[in-house]
Design a protein around this ligand. Structure first.
Ligand SMILES: Nc1nc2c(ncn2[C@@H]2O[C@H](COP(=O)(O)OP(=O)(O)OP(=O)(O)O)[C@@H](O)[C@H]2O)c(=O)[nH]1
Length: 308
């Protein structure tokens, strides 16, 4: 697949977010220097575009100290905003590298129901397959039969083995079997689905703690990654989820999905600025290749409307 197609899809996916920010920034400039009032308006526009108060303040500060010799029209403002967004996103852009030795690299995937977790697991598996890594899935979300069934369908479609059990089974024992099988088979990556019941924090914590204990017995390094899947359409609520899951699950990185379904994609910038957690990939659609590693410069240019 060419990167052009991905840029196009990213552009399509982030269109609503771009329009929101562009609309909010429209008509705010027109001089060589930005007055305090203009800077206030820009800061408000950035907050209204879900970038969060800290990122907005940071961008304001940079714009205030900037010199715009050729005058500041909207295109220049968009470029300046894109540059500042990229500066926030670059430090957190980190692909999920497969480095575990011994294999497999165990990736626990967590997130509330409906966040796009199952689809994201399938998309990640597909990405790894494209990179010639062998993949296995584990259906550790035993809370709902539908979750197990859905993951099985994906496994079949992708042609990857899956370890699963019955609804209501013990996730830790499924994970244990999966790690053993993946180790015996020399599989590179084991992606583990987990139940995302935030309603009961204690139960979720206990369940994840048990999975960790079992994993640790087989491989002290595992899980190598604890990836939180977030639904961008949740806007600021997605930030609260980071807060909670960080506390209960020791999140090591993020994937943000459904950026195509919202004008609130700016929340990606707020997440980067507030939590500094690695962002591994973003999802902009329901198709299997609608998830790609996170390219901060491209995303910044799309959000700020430099690429239109
Ligand atoms: N538009 C869009 N839809 C997505 C994206 N990622 C996932 N979805 C859709 O969101 C819905 C929920 O995704 P799932 O993968 O089932 O989410 P989940 O978190 O596993 O949810 P449960 O299976 O209900 O626990 C599905 O209809 C997906 O096709 C995305 O990036 N964009």
């Amino acid at each position: 697949m060419s990167s052009d197609t991905w840029s196009d899809r990213l552009l399509g996916g982030l269109r609503k977010t771009q329009e929101r920010l562009s609309g909010n920034l429209a008509g705010l400039v027109g001089a060589n220097r930005l007055s305090d009032e203009q800077l206030d308006d820009i800061e408000d526009a950035l907050i209204a575009s879900d970038l969060g108060p800290r990122a907005a303040a940071r961008i304001r500060e940079r714009l205030a100290s900037g010199r715009f010799e050729k005058g500041l029209d909207e295109a220049t403002l968009r470029e300046a905003v894109a540059e500042e967004i990229a500066a926030i996103l670059r430090p957190v852009a980190r692909p999920l590298d497969i480095v575990a030795f011994p294999r497999p690299q165990v990736i626990l995937v967590i997130g509330v129901n409906g966040s796009g977790k199952t689809t994201t697991i399938a998309k990640l598996a597909h990405l790894f397959q494209e990179l010639d890594y062998s993949v296995m899935l584990a259906a550790g979300d035993t809370f709902r039969a539908a979750a197990i069934g859905q993951l099985r369908v994906w496994a079949e479609r992708l042609g990857v083995p899956i370890v699963s059990g019955a609804e209501g089974g013990d996730p830790a024992s499924i994970v244990f079997d999966a790690v053993k099988q993946a180790t015996d088979a020399g599989t590179d990556v084991l992606i583990v689905d987990t139940a995302g019941r935030l309603q009961n924090k204690r139960e979720l914590m206990d369940e994840l703690a048990k999975i960790r204990r079992v994993l640790g017995r087989l491989n002290p390094e595992a899980p190598h990654d604890v990836v939180l899947v977030l639904d961008a359409t949740n806007g600021q609520n997605a930030l609260q989820q980071i807060e909670i899951f960080r506390e209960v699950a020791g999140v090591t990185g993020l994937v943000m999905t459904k950026l195509d379904g919202t004008a609130r994609g700016g929340v990606l910038v707020a997440a980067a600025e507030q939590y500094g957690l690695p962002i591994h990939a973003i999802g902009v659609g329901e198709k299997i290749d609608d998830l790609r590693p996170f390219d901060p410069d491209l995303v910044a240019k799309v959000i700020a409307g430099v690429f239109r």
